[in-house]
Design a protein around this ligand. Sequence first.
Ligand code: HEM
Length: 115
Amino acid sequence: MMQTILGIHILSALAIAVFATASLILPLEKDHAVILTSRIIYLPLFITGLILAFRTVHTQPVMTILKIAIVLAFVALLEITLANKLKRRPGIIFLTLIAVLFFLAALFGIILFFN
Ligand code: HEM
């Protein structure tokens, strides 16, 4: 059962990478469907993440809380950048920060898994 949850979690993380990237680079008139899809993917990502977090928080409380904080920062920055996209194209600093937060979330997840 936990293997399935972890599998769905990793698939959702990969899907968020694809759809978030598409949401950021597609022109305004073509990005609605992918933005909506990336927001729908938040659901399995957070549900599986919370189920996993209830397991890891007992043995690795600090890493688990840091992981969730990093993911919340990722989602917040992504949504702010998408909202600002109406006024101007996303800046390289925001795009880099979003990518760094994504890979940090993945790294913390792998550390949590192997610890
Ligand atoms: C952009 C968002 C996210 C990415 C890229 C991501 C990525 C990952 C990856 C790659 C793993 C390791 C899986 C493995 O080694 O088999 C993982 C594990 C984990 N993730 Fe996420 N995740 C994200 C969001 C979340 C959220 C929102 C939560 C909690 C609310 C969460 C909680 C966890 C936990 C607790 C583990 C450890 C699982 C274990 O040890 O069994 N993740 N994540």
